[in-house]
Design a protein around this ligand. Structure first.
Ligand code: PEP
Ligand code: MG
Length: 327
């Protein structure tokens, strides 16, 4: 099978009925970027910038950040890269950030990601400058993590625009284009899609955090691993509600959580109308193979049926359907 997946490297993820989907990779360190060529992925849908901070004993200076971002863009070439601003705090506490938040009782839903970044804005200002400078003359995609309210997106974007203006005032080269997007991983945000979507260029569903918040089940606690299923009606119906509004608003919608890297889960997502997946590099071959074996409209019809009157074992029912349809 390895050989089969390797052979798929230069084959596009097109369904049998001719839909060109996008399969991108998640990355976080310089070496991860090699996965683009190894897998033939369409780009980096999620670059977790906090990895550079987490592996360093001291706060990475702006020049060092800039070098990393430039290297990533160099390797990616024409393929798009989406940089997520730092998702630190909570359980990813940085010792050099005064240890704030390290002793929170519920760090996953604590002072982390954008919440921390908007208050300690020196960190995100430096990151914004590093990203904008690194992308001079090229397209830049910026994604904000853990957005809970539309105004948080506005503030984060304004911070970036101010840094862009500063760089312009120095006559340094600007990116050819800057696109801004949000992660949807806090369920509350979905209730304000009508207010949020007009502001966005793209939206990416982070199913790792979204699932733990939707099911109130710690994603890192093995005792809970059997308590919820990515193929449950709750999460699938939740995601389905986002698809049409995003398309109507002209906002690119992707899924970037681990869910998208599992063939049956990815099949379900495609059946909900998700056309863009960003996944762990090792999953690119299997997911491409699955995509090339399906008829998208048949999968969509099946998901519609399954979600209208969900069977108790939706996973089993979808697996059975997949087996019968040569997936
Ligand atoms: C997610 O929450 O689904 C996600 C992609 O981000 P992370 O796993 O880095 O929290
Ligand atoms: Mg997350």
């Amino acid at each position: 099978r390895r050989a089969v997946f390797a052979a798929l490297k230069s084959e596009p993820p097109v369904t049998k009925d001719g839909h060109r989907l996008a399969v991108m990779v998640n990355a976080g360190l310089r070496d991860d970027v090699a996965a683009l060529d190894l897998t033939g992925a369409d780009g980096i849908g999620l670059f977790r910038t906090e990895f550079q901070f987490l592996v360093s004993a001291t706060l990475p200076q702006r020049e060092r950040q800039q070098r990393l971002y430039r290297d990533v863009l160099d390797v990616a070439g024409d393929r798009p890269v989406t940089f997520r601003t730092v998702d630190i705090g909570g359980d990813k506490a940085l010792p050099y950030l005064n240890g704030d938040g390290a002793d929170e009782e519920n760090p996953a839903m604590g002072w982390r990601a954008l919440r921390l970044a908007l208050e300690r804005d020196g960190l995100m200002k430096a990151q914004a400058r590093a990203l904008i400078d690194a992308a001079g003359g090229r397209a830049l995609n910026i994604m904000f993590p853990m957005v809970s309210e539309p105004w948080e997106f506005d503030e984060a974007r304004a911070l970036f625009e101010a840094q862009r203006d500063w760089i312009a005032s120095r006559n340094r080269m600007l990116p050819s284009q800057i696109r801004y997007g949000a992660m949807l991983e806090v369920p509350a945000l979905a209730e304000q899609l009508d207010l949020l979507l007009p502001k966005l260029d793209f939206l990416s569903i982070g199913t790792n955090d979204l699932t733990q918040f939707l099911f109130a089940a710690d994603r890192a606690n093995p005792k809970l691993a059997e308590r919820y299923d990515w193929l449950s009606p709750s999460i699938l119906r939740f995601i389905r509600r986002i698809v049409d509004p995003a398309r109507d608003a002209g906002v690119d919608l992707a899924v970037c959580g681990e869910m998208g890297g599992r063939p049956l889960e990815a099949l379900a997502l495609i059946g909900l109308g998700i056309d863009r997946l960003s996944i762990t590099p090792a999953a690119v071959g299997p997911i491409k193979a699955m995509i090339r074996s399906i008829d998208r409209s048949a999968v969509m019809a099946e998901m519609e049926t399954l979600l209208a009157r969900p069977p108790r074992d939706l996973r089993g029912a979808l697996a059975h359907w997949a087996g019968e349809h040569g997936v």
